[in-house]
Design a protein around this ligand. Sequence first.
Ligand SMILES: *Cc1c(COP(=O)(O)O)cnc(C)c1O
Length: 397
Amino acid sequence: MELAPRIREIAPSPTLSLDAKAKAMKAEGRDVISFGVGEPDFDTPDHIKAAGIKAIEANFTRYTPTGGIVELKKAVVEKFKRDNQLEYTPNQIVINCGGKHTLYNLAQVLFSAGEEVVIPSPYWVSYPPIVSLAGARPVIVPTVQKNDFKMTAGELTAALTPATRGLILNSPSNPTGSVYSRKELEALAEVVLEHKLIVITDDIYEKILYDGHVFVNMANLGPELKNQTIIAHGLAKTYAMTGWRIGFLAGPAHVAAAVDKLQSQSTSNPCSIAQKAAVAALEGPQESIGVMVAAFDERRKYLVKALNGIPGVTCFSPGGAFYVFPNVSAYYGKRFGDRAICGSSDLCDYLLDEALVAAVPGSAFGEDSCIRLSYAISLEENRRGLERIANALANLK
Ligand SMILES: *Cc1c(COP(=O)(O)O)cnc(C)c1O
């Protein structure tokens, strides 16, 4: 049976397939250390779990309104007011089945064939296929390590054509951990306004910040920009809720209505139980975030220092998220026996097979000179894993 071209043309998520391979090796009893995972190693806080249990016991197990329960939309409105000084009304909010679903839905309602969407590289693996699945063309704009892999106004301008419809921004970034400052966003905003671009911001790592970095969204730069911006967000990373599948968006009411309509003909509502847990997450105590971020920060500092101590490796210090993105290209062109290391993909295969360490090749994010290490594993595992990486690299001749 022939499959439709749209699905033949996209690749499976490389991060999820790498994770699957590492898990399979672990299941065989091999001592794999995985820097591959893109989820916090913390448990969902107890009061959030309790709200989910209570929802089941109260039989809150039926269809809800397609775009989410009013109680949760109001909690999201409050979140934006409290954390971001942004005013929205509930009809500008839609609850989706995870942050990835939020982005997918937005691409479906905003972009179409013949249109281009700018994606700065390194990018999160799912942005290009999400744009392609909407029939539009992802335009990858390479950024440079010297600027911590952040797109400049000049780079954005150079990528524009009459077909450009919008761009996707992710700060703090997966995979680089870079955070855009207000000034950097202001420079991009000038281009956005001049060309009336749609900005989708992926704010999933908003709360995971270090070194005094302050989170700013394009929508904070004035009413005109707020009208051009749709915020895609979710609970997965902030509250260690990756399995609950709750994402949300905030943006112009007609865009929200379009996403609601799309959901009404596709997924229907997000899980009723998870929505109740989401209300508890947004309205309940927020202390768990600080505890998690402090643990990440300790590992981050260790990794950045240790990586920069490996000959030939350079790693800038990320301001957010839970990834480091070291440049390891000094090892390309070397060999281990008859195994040649020609790029990030070869290097990660080598690390997994010979050092039992899982890392994601930078090529998956559009930047072959680097690899991505997630530090959502204990400090002890970070240490052991890094030792293995250092040894494995030293064995390349
Ligand atoms: C994890 C992640 C998401 C969303 O994840 P969900 O599990 O679908 O909520 C979105 N964007 C980036 C960059 C991510 O890393």
